[in-house]
Design a protein around this ligand. Structure first.
Ligand code: BJW
Length: 317
């Protein structure tokens, strides 16, 4: 049961079959079917904060405890989530098509876990599981750090006010060890219970002492931060260069798939126009008809409306 018109499916699949050089630009909508929230629109709030406003160096400088709670929660949720059929379909395409590259804005690790070959996956905005030291005199970085919680003080509190009464509890499968001291004003509550949904601002969240945030194992005193790209920060130079090399090859680009992204954030969104300028036809997969990027659609493009988790596997079959 799909909403794809048979004629569109056929013309798209024909074009894909004869495409040698293909890009996929992915965003948060790719992981929506895995239960992870997007940034903009419904679900883009974390507690009372706009998720985008927490993804800045200024927010981290102002309140590293709050920003770490946000990222620690997202690390936890991403580890609990499973790749969906769209992640698997892209990974399979990347394995069978030589001239294919995925440019993912997502930091959740789900493409990697779906078996996407790393050589054809460029993480434009870093990873929740990369960590780096913020001290200017230290260049410590670490990748694939899956420790959850990354520091004991960042454990998601359990128990507390009846989750049923709030109706917001997460399922808590594979729960982390809770530290009861993390419970603010709930010292007499029994150990255990369900993890609280701290993305809901009706759930009380502990304030965290700066000394209890993750610190650098190399220099000893630098505060660690997530290895993601915040607004105003440069994307990793190596990745930009590799993507530019692909785009600037004399050969044309046949197709760019634009999957589950609002295409508002640059330089990522700019790859749509760059691919177009190299001859690419554009195929957008999105829940929202309005989200086709700044340039909009042109003749010869496709728009597939609906859940990427359903549509992408059908398109790439
Ligand atoms: C579904 C679905 C389902 C839902 N199925 N679909 C040019 C013009 C204007 C501004 C700039 C420009 N160049 C640079 C800028 C500034 C800025 C920028 O772009 N601002 C704009 C917002 C105006 N860019 C930057 O600052 C970048 N850095 C930079 O340019 O550096 C240059 C520099 C030079 C010299 C010195 C220093 C710097 C960095 C941008 C970093 C973005 N970082 C974030 C956070 C990452 C970490 C984290 O995850 O927390 O990246 S912000 C956030 O937005 C995150 C995302 O990757 C990114 C994109 O969001 P995405 O994925 O598109 O999600 P949503 O929520 O927006 O959309 C979801 C979509 O899915 C929607 O369309 C839904 O409809 C759809 N959907 N469910 C299919 N089931």
């Amino acid at each position: 049961s799909s909403s794809i018109k048979p004629a569109d499916l056929e013309s798209f699949q024909n074009h894909l079959r004869y495409s040698d050089r293909v890009l996929a630009l992915c965003g948060a909508g790719l992981s929506a079917a895995s239960g992870l929230p997007t940034f903009r629109g419904a679900g883009g709030l974390w507690r009372s904060y706009d998720a985008v406003s927490l993804a800045t160096p200024e927010a981290f400088a102002r309140d590293p405890g709050l920003v770490w709670q946000f990222y620690s929660y997202r690390r936890h949720m991403a580890l609990q989530a499973q790749p969906n059929p769209a992640h698997y379909a892209l990974a399979a395409l990347a394995r069978r098509k030589k001239g294919f590259l995925t440019l993912s804005q997502n930091v959740d690790g789900l493409s990697q876990r779906a078996g996407h070959p790393a050589s054809r996956l460029h993480l434009l905005h870093g990873s929740l599981f990369d960590i780096k030291c913020t001290a200017f005199y230290c260049n410590y970085t670490e990748s694939n750090n899956f420790t959850d919680p990354i520091a004991p003080a960042l454990a998601i509190p359990k128990g507390g006010p009846s989750p049923a009464s709030l109706g917001t509890a997460t399922s808590g499968a594979g729960a982390t060890e809770s530290l009861q001291h993390a419970m603010h004003g709930a010292g007499s509550k029994p150990q255990g219970g369900k993890e609280l949904d701290i993305s809901d601002d009706r759930v009380e969240m502990p304030e965290i002492d700066a000394k209890d945030l993750p610190h650098c194992p190399r220099c000893g005193d630098g505060l660690l931060r997530p290895g993601v790209v915040w607004f105003g920060e440069r994307l990793p130079e190596k990745i930009i260069n590799e993507v530019d090399n692909f785009i600037e090859e004399p050969k044309k680009i046949d197709l760019i798939l634009v999957i589950g992204t609002s295409a508002q954030v640059y330089p990522a969104a700019g790859y749509i126009d760059k691919a177009r300028a190299k001859g690419a036809r554009v195929a957008v997969v999105n829940m929202d008809r309005a989200d086709t990027g700044r340039g909009g659609l042109e003749k010869g493009d496709w728009f597939f409306e609906g859940d990427a988790g359903v549509l992408v596997p059908e398109l790439l079959k």
